[in-house]
Design a protein around this ligand. Structure first.
Ligand SMILES: [Zn+2]
Length: 571
């Protein structure tokens, strides 16, 4: 037998959790055809001595829906060993939608997911209306990695109801139409349906995104339509139920009944919140209850705290505050000059040291961040020191310390502010729970404020190597077999003969995320955070090398992964 690609001398960790073994992997026509000792020749051979050969990582929670049009390789996930992603989460998709109403969809996406409207206008050539047409366009695009796509409630609702989607409940006819379009999307290959009921998700004019205007009955009808069709996963950005146990229970009961009556797997992101630390374990109890009662539900968890990243090159917490807003719009050169002026700097520090009178939200005054929880980032895998500590050492105000560090670094200093998952012990407990999957990079969204595409490499640097809380085999399984299985990507996430030739080949002693950087390479020059990783020899997608030493080879071997109703029947 001859092979297209042969990976020699690596240590295979196959994704199942089984122990590692030395072996070669042979790939032909995009599929793994042999694992073991291979002596025959191949068109291309890669020596993986000293490296782990694992299945490519699978991320179930991204927002690459817009980005896929200008960034075929799926950055920054691809830099972290990810070869397959699911997009269209939280109700936000670009279909169904008429070209003439694209701006309504951008309204849903722009603020809720911080995807630049200018980038979308410049970067997307709109040539679809229905979800099936959109999938055909995705199929035709050059892709570095593999993509599966949900249909999102905000787009669906806006398509059916026009601008009323942002204000009114749907009529019976409109709900029926949404159900019908959902079935049509599943038959074309949508992987499921998503919605958001989260107060985090607003339009650019501070209104709820369209899906949040829907009542539960509407959600229930659409999810049941998926159940009737016999396919599809339902992802929900959950309700803000606060801490009242009765209100929490009421929401859990609704999710539970829906899972049981529809038979549709239900999933949502879960984080530990400092202000309500008792809430998250209740969700794990819910998962057990649902499983026992005959439904399917799984939680999506992260591998660390969810961080907002500050830097003068992108955002600071004070960009629109008094005094600050006078300089933050200026070129960085001029900002640097102002920061270096002691008198002006004192004014900035004073303005940022108390509540902002300009930013009353309702009757809530906006306060400066809690500096105990703003950390100077010097290493992407280490927690870094808090601004409070650093400032005390120097006898400065914390905000003055931030300016000091910025000036000392040519304004490149970065600070991370965890907004949840503050306690590492919570994080590892969530990761190890049998009904969770580790995913939620949010790649493609919040691109100038959050950079979680590195959550996969962080598992290996932080939890396997530094903390030794997971074995390599456990860690690989978390981001391959476990995620691929929950999303029904049946031919990925394992190294087995017949499975897709998606591989992450890395050095277990050095794999780690690099520090993020600020770049301006989006269409129309919009800003994003970019984060790469070290330790990867190669990332292989469908049998072709996509990245070698984490540099793009120019290949675009990725595929659209259509859902089960659009796959050919097994012969
Ligand atoms: Zn999301």
């Amino acid at each position: 037998m001859s092979y297209d690609l042969l990976i020699k001398n690596g240590t295979v960790i196959d994704g199942s959790g089984a122990p590692r073994f030395r072996g070669d992997v042979g790939i032909t026509d995009g599929k793994i055809v042999r694992i073991g000792r291979i002596n025959e020749k191949a068109k291309q051979t890669l020596d993986a001595e000293g490296h782990i050969v694992a299945p490519g990582f699978v991320d179930g929670h991204t927002h690459m829906d817009a980005q896929i049009f200008w960034d075929p390789i799926g950055s920054c996930s691809c830099y972290h060993g990810v070869t397959s992603v699911v997009m269209g989460n939280c109700g936000f998709t670009l279909a169904p939608c008429r070209a003439s109403e694209a701006d309504l969809v951008f309204r849903n996406l722009e603020r809720a997911e911080d995807i630049s409207r200018e980038a979308m206008l410049a970067g997307i050539n709109w040539r679809w209306e229905s979800f099936p047409e959109y999938l055909d366009v995705l199929d035709s695009l050059p892709k570095g990695i593999n993509y599966a796509a949900y249909m999102g409630h905000s787009a669906l609702r806006t398509y059916v109801m026009g601008s009323r989607a942002f204000e009114e409940e749907a009529t019976e006819d409109e709900i029926e139409r949404m159900c019908q379009l959902t079935r049509e999307a599943l038959h074309a290959g949508a992987i499921g349906f998503t919605t958001s009921r989260s107060a985090n998700h607003e339009t650019s004019d501070h209104k709820p995104v369209a899906s949040r205007v829907a009542n539960w009955q509407e959600v229930r009808r659409i999810v049941n339509a998926m159940g009737d069709a016999g396919a599809g996963i339902f992802e929900i950005a959950g309700e803000d139920h606060g801490r009242d146990p009765e209100r929490v229970r009421e929401y859990h009961e609704r999710l539970k009944s829906l899972a049981i009556e529809s038979g549709v797997p239900i999933t949502w992101g879960m984080f530990a919140k400092k202000e309500a630390p008792e809430i998250w374990r209740g969700y794990f109890d819910l998962l057990d209850e649902v499983a026992e009662a005959g439904g399917r539900m799984f939680a999506q968890v992260h591998s660390r705290s969810l961080n907002v990243i500050f830097s003068f090159e992108a955002h600071t917490p004070f960009d629109s505050w008094d005094v600050w807003r006078d300089i933050r719009k200026l070129p960085l050169e001029e900002q640097r000059a102002s920061l270096a002026d002691p008198e002006f700097r004192a004014r900035l520090v004073a303005a940022a040291s108390g509540p902002s009178e300009r930013h009353k939200r309702g009757d809530r005054t906006v306060m400066p961040p809690d500096w105990d929880f703003v950390f100077h980032m010097t290493d992407a895998s280490a927690p870094g020191r808090s601004q409070t500590d650093l400032a005390q050492e120097k006898g400065l105000q914390p905000v003055d310390m931030m300016i000091e560090l910025a000036l000392a670094s040519d304004l490149k200093a970065m600070f991370r502010m965890p907004i949840n998952n503050h306690d590492e012990n919570d994080v590892i407990e969530m990761m190890k729970h049998p009904r969770s999957v580790v995913t939620f990079s949010d790649s493609g969204a919040h691109v100038s404020q959050i950079m979680d595409s590195s959550l996969q490499t962080n598992i290996f640097s932080q939890w396997v190597r530094d903390r030794q809380a997971l074995t390599l085999e456990e860690a690989v399984r978390l981001v391959t077999f476990d995620t691929a299985s929950q999303w029904g990507l049946h031919d990925r996430g394992l190294l087995r003969v017949g499975m897709a030739g998606d591989l992450a080949i890395f050095d277990p002693d050095t794999i780690a995320p690099n520090m993020p950087e600020v770049v301006h390479d989006l269409p129309a020059g919009a800003t994003r955070l970019k984060q790469t990783a070290r330790g990867f020899l190669a990332t292989v997608v469908n049998g072709e090398i996509l990245l070698q030493n984490n540099e793009h080879t120019g290949a675009t071997p990725g595929q659209l992964m259509r859902g089960p109703l659009a796959r050919p029947a097994p012969s």
